[in-house]
Design a protein around this ligand. Structure first.
Ligand code: SF4
Length: 414
């Protein structure tokens, strides 16, 4: 191991981190180094992106401290029984890399995770040490996202929150049975216990800052988690249910869904095929329905088909609308925001524009067309001054009319 250069370690440990999608840098406190104070900033753009093997850009600022691990989670390329090249950074090496990349404007901060070496607490200590050196010794003002380890000493996890903008604990799998089967060293109780502790620390810190201006910040960008989709038999309804419980119980900023991607030397208990990537996309759409469109989790579940899966050919909002046609058409000149948000094809911005425009005039179909991206999708579900869909909303073939047409790509197109 000692013979590896920093560059070789970086190659191994940046590559090993690419399977973790939960590293978006949104929602933190604004900090910058204007006035010559400190170094770094949480604002602006960096070149913080990485590519998963299937070609998706899943953002960056991320490396592992080490890809050695004493655990044996079947879906993980770094599990102890995996035959991959191993490497390990010291905390100081991670600090040096972060600062030198930052100074060159390559990154806007750091996303740091790790395999578990020696013990969970020992690993957590090393992760915290990186953040401590950056913040205390270098007055680093950039973004830090630390992946915390639920089995570690809670005191160390607490310290992580004092240095990091965001902390996350991966819930890993949607069901407890899936966790027992695919991550035998992990415990759902411990993961949720650690999330609960982080939640109360975040709430307490916010409360303290309301009363004392100088009270320390604690994970100002909150906590997030990641769920692997398609590695076990959990349905989309199971996943939506789990996500909504996590949002409710732990006030998570985000739940990330990561389609299980086959890894080298995959364990025999994993499915042979990856789930279609569009499934991950549909889950993100369902997540948005709950967070921004006012849908209850039970309503999102109603959009699933008999097997508990969201349809892949149409988005979950359209799937819901097609099942509950009695809620339509919606009069765009009279309906409230909540009702308008239910119309397939109307996003949050389009609804805002409609609400603003109708203060000045009664809207016609052409007006709505100008405010939306695709009037064809919206038409069966609305009425305007000059438009009423009559039987269109009830047509048996409405789904076929609205589903995006499948097209065979040209094999030899330039
Ligand atoms: S503990 Fe983390 S790094 Fe180790 S095998 Fe499990 S998922 Fe991979």
């Amino acid at each position: 191991m000692s013979s590896l250069t920093t560059l070789q370690k970086l190659e191994i440990l940046a590559d090993a981190a690419k399977y973790d999608a939960s590293c978006a840098s949104s929602g933190t406190a604004k900090r910058n180094s204007l006035g010559g104070k400190g170094i770094g900033s949480t604002e602006g753009m960096g070149i913080c992106h990485a590519y998963a093997p299937d070609g998706r850009c899943i953002s960056l600022l991320k490396i592992l401290l080490t890809n050695h691990c004493v655990f044996d989670c079947h879906y993980c390329v770094n599990r102890k029984s995996s035959n991959v090249r191993r490497a390990r950074f010291t905390p100081q090496e991670v600090v040096d890399l972060t600062l030198s990349f930052y100074r060159r404007n390559y990154i806007e901060g750091l996303f740091l995770s790790s395999g578990i070496v020696k013990s969970s607490s020992h690993t957590m200590e090393q992760l915290v040490e990186v953040a401590r050196i950056l913040r205390e010794e270098h007055d680093f003002r950039g973004y830090i996202h630390l992946k915390t380890i639920p089995e570690a000493d809670p005191q160390l996890v607490h310290q992580a929150g004092l240095y990091a903008d965001r902390v996350s604990i991966n819930v890993e799998l949607p069901t407890d049975a899936g966790l027992v089967r695919l991550a035998p060293d992990k415990s759902a109780r411990q993961i949720e216990g650690a999330m609960g502790k982080l939640r109360s620390d975040i709430v307490e810190a916010k409360d303290a800052r309301k009363r004392f201006r100088h009270a320390p910040r604690f994970a100002p960008a909150g906590q997030s988690t990641q769920m692997i989709v398609g590695a076990d038999a959990a349905t989309d309804a199971d996943i939506v249910g789990k996500a909504s419980r996590l949002y409710d119980n732990f006030r998570l900023r985000r739940v990330y869904y990561s389609a299980f991607s086959p890894i080298p030397d995959a364990s025999a208990v994993l499915p042979l095929k990856r789930p279609p990537l569009i499934r991950e996309h549909r889950l993100y759409q369902s997540d948005w329905l709950m967070r921004f469109y006012g849908y209850q989790p039970a309503e999102v579940m109603q959009a699933t088909e008999a097997d508990g899966m969201l349809p892949l050919d149409i988005d979950p909002k359209l799937a819901w609308a097609l099942k509950f046609r009695e809620a339509f058409p919606v009069d765009v000149n009279r309906a409230g925001r909540e009702q308008l948000l239910r119309v397939p094809g109307l996003g949050v911005k389009a609804v805002q524009r409609i609400l603003a425009s109708r203060r000045h005039r009664t809207l016609r179909l052409d007006d709505v067309a100008r405010l939306t991206q695709s009037i064809a999708k919206v038409r069966p579900f609305i009425c305007t001054l000059d438009w009423r869909p009559v039987t269109l909303t009830d047509r048996a073939d409405l789904r076929a009319l609205l589903a995006p047409r499948q097209e065979q790509l040209e094999l030899f197109a330039a």
